[in-house]
Design a protein around this ligand. Sequence first.
Ligand code: F6P
Length: 341
Amino acid sequence: MEKAKKIGILTAGGDCPGLNAALRGVGKTAILKYGMEVVGISSGFLGLLHNDYIPLDEASLSGILTLGGTILGTSREKPFKKNHQLANEKPQLIKENYQKAGFDCIVCIGGNGTMRTASLLAAEGLNIIGIPKTIDNDVWGTDQTFGFDSALYIATESIDRLHSTANSHKRIMVIEVMGHHAGWLALYAGMAGGGDVILIPELEYDINIINNYLKTRAKSGKPYSIVVIAEGIKKPKGMSAATYIAEKIEEGVGIETRKTILGYIQRGGSPTPTDRLLASSFGAYAVDLIAREEYGNMVMKKGENISSLPLKKVGGKLRLVPEHHSLVEKARGLGVCMGTP
Ligand code: F6P
């Protein structure tokens, strides 16, 4: 009889809602469907460097579907990063520890940075499967990452709440959501929350266009405005996007302007049903790939289908909002100011 496979799982990079649902999806499928052995690796790639493992059985994977964060912990450890002391030793150490632990495969759950590390480990000859997560929804090759829907829900609810206080005080409210490079969250939350101005890193804005738009709104009897921005839009170094834009608007429009930075609230708490389903399905599919020994792949969603693509194709590429994305065009059609002519 063939020996049962032993798989390691880790969560790396910034946390997001749905990580535990994915761990449960991987773990339960591996144990119950295939009789595999499952080992949790602590704190992302750090756990692999330090042989820091948590054995996982079915009982330890029960009751975590709805939990925020990750029961394994996470870190931003990048073993292939060139500018640290052990630059050449870390990948070698990971290879040795992988062999020592007797892993048949490691499932790496993470965003762009993690998929890059995963593809480099696969190129070093380890059996690796990637599962994409991030509230930024910017992993190349998949239509959606889990975490995004939960963050979208939180951001939209926050914008809804800002509407009423903005109206009471006849103020302009600037709300900053996460997204250093990709504006998916700002675009989706801005549209779902009825933002009047939406600024994303992919589209270069002109502050004069924004201020003229807000002045026209005020003159036409609209007493308040909501401005939704991504943290990664152009701004002076060392200043938050919200602080900068709020100052520029107050100065240029002459209406009292307040800012809100949503921050880590977007990454915490229980995943939405959509994220629970996506994370569970990604997890289950990852184990099907392991059972078929289709290593070196990342699980992905295209339309309604879950399938996979080679990690080496994904390797650190970003999925950005295209200039003429249909939602950008729809926003413009609805009279939303995107900060561009
Ligand atoms: O997880 C992605 C992300 O949320 C970005 O949008 C954000 O800029 C970044 O992580 C910040 O995370 P940390 O402070 O944990 O490095």
